[in-house]
Design a protein around this ligand. Structure first.
Ligand code: ADP
Ligand code: ASP
Ligand code: MG
Length: 404
């Protein structure tokens, strides 16, 4: 007996059959004597379809109106799932993000959750209802609907688990756990029984879309007992937790991030303060810079290149071009034909040679590395977009992922 939060992603609620499968999982958990909160995403490709619809009307629609539109996807799912649960004969109530008390920051399209005013949910649970909550959405302090960013329903679920001190938070999806690489790209990827919050956070932040990175951040902060598992097969998934029993693997996984663009400023004066000028211009526009590379100065000039999220490429170019004279660069180049491929694992801290092994795998596959960045538990490389999946497979093949 306990309080359990179960989250079902878009493909897990995409049609009638899926909805009744979810209803069965949920009601089985309820029948076993648990209080159950269910978080759902929009059905199938609904969110993508809504984005397309918006583009047909206005390519540069305001973020406020985009949130107004996108939040409708989840509202459909909660109503339909609640109807399926009713049909099975169980007490249920569906709640939108705002009915459920999600208060977020104001930035539309990527809002962070500030708090959850959970009285309504608590009341519904006390009345023995199964509570179905729309993921991905909340209300800002102006009373406007916000969304949490693509994949954000995971974060809604973990936030509820944290706020209500749930015993477990289960993320049901279309794969049966977290793998050492996206199983759709790497056929021999291995399912992990467990992974640490830190490693999962790196993987998620580096493009492994199986969990929204903020959900992992929050799970770590509030010690949420988190599991990723299949919505179709009834079997154990992957447990995400503080520390794993015995560290068996050097590398936990390979991830690919397609959401990158590279900007290069060529022929900058080789004088102090240049990097400061460039990056403060970008910071003022709230642009997140990732990998940074500066060449050694030659003939009194140097080059600086860096990556930004794809969506920020044009704004970054705009602000840099505006200050072109002041920066003194010969030219600015921008490229979105790149991807970032990374390996993640706490084991690499104490084992030399991990980077060499990754670079060798890329060399053997004849893939050129454009940029490199490392931290204690990850190594990332920027490569041509056309080589992305080949690189993931080659790098994955270079490491031994056998847990036994
Ligand atoms: P949902 O709709 O349930 O939220 P997502 O599509 O957001 O599902 O996430 C699940 C998908 O994440 C899988 O279908 C898989 O292709 C992808 N994925 C990427 N990296 C990994 C990984 N390391 N392990 C498992 N799945 C991964
Ligand atoms: N429906 C949203 C999306 O497609 C949120 C989610 O699925 O988690 O990004
Ligand atoms: Mg998802």
């Amino acid at each position: 007996m306990g309080l359990i939060v179960q989250k079902f992603g878009g493909s897990s609620v995409k049609d009638r059959e899926c909805l009744f499968r979810v209803a069965k999982t949920v009601t089985d958990t309820y029948k076993a004597g648990n209080e159950v909160i269910v978080v759902v995403s929009a059905q199938g490709d609904t969110t993508d379809d809504l984005i397309e619809k918006a583009k047909e009307i206005n390519e540069r629609a305001s973020k406020r109106e985009m949130d107004m539109l996108l939040s409708t996807g989840e509202q459909i799912s909660i109503a339909l799932l609640a109807m399926a649960i009713e049909k099975l004969g169980f007490p249920v109530v569906s709640l939108t993000g705002w009915q459920a008390g999600f208060i977020t920051h104001s930035n539309h399209g990527a809002a962070r959750i500030r708090r959850i005013e959970a009285e309504r949910i608590r009341r519904e649970l006390d009345s023995n209802n199964i509570v179905v909550v729309a993921g991905f959405q909340g209300l800002n302090r102006f009373g406007d609907i916000t969304t949490l960013g693509r994949g954000g329903s995971d974060t809604s679920a973990v936030a509820l688990a944290a706020a209500l001190h749930a015993d477990r938070c289960q993320i049901y999806t279309d794969v049966d756990g977290v793998y050492t690489a996206d199983p759709r790209i790497v056929k021999n990827a291995v399912k992990l029984d467990e992974i640490t919050y830190d490693e999962m956070l790196e993987l998620a932040s580096l493009g492994a879309g199986v969990l929204h990175n903020r959900s992992v951040e929050m799970a770590k902060k509030y010690h949420v007992n988190l599991e990723v598992l299949s919505s179709i097969e009834n079997k154990p998934g992957t447990i995400v937790k503080e520390a794993v029993k015995v560290e068996k693997l050097l590398i936990k996984g390979v991830a690919k991030d397609e959401d990158v663009a590279r900007i290069a400023l060529i022929g900058l004066p080789d004088t102090p303060g240049i990097a400061f000028k460039i990056f403060s211009l970008l910071a003022a526009k709230k642009i997140n810079v990732d990998i940074i590379l500066q060449s050694i100065g030659r003939h009194n000039t140097k080059d600086i290149s860096f990556t930004v999220p794809l969506a920020d490429k044009d704004i970054a170019l705009e602000v840099l071009q505006e200050k072109f004279e002041i920066l003194g660069a010969e030219r600015i180049e921008a490229e979105d034909d790149v991807v970032k491929v990374s390996i993640v694992g706490a084991g690499m801290q104490s084992n030399p040679g991990v980077a060499a092994k990754m670079f060798e795998a890329l060399y053997d596959a004849n893939i050129n590395i454009q940029m490199i960045s490392t931290s204690e538990i990850k190594i990332s490389v920027l490569i041509a977009r056309k080589d992305a999946d080949r690189a993931v497979v080659a790098v994955h093949d270079a490491f031994d992922f056998n847990q036994k």
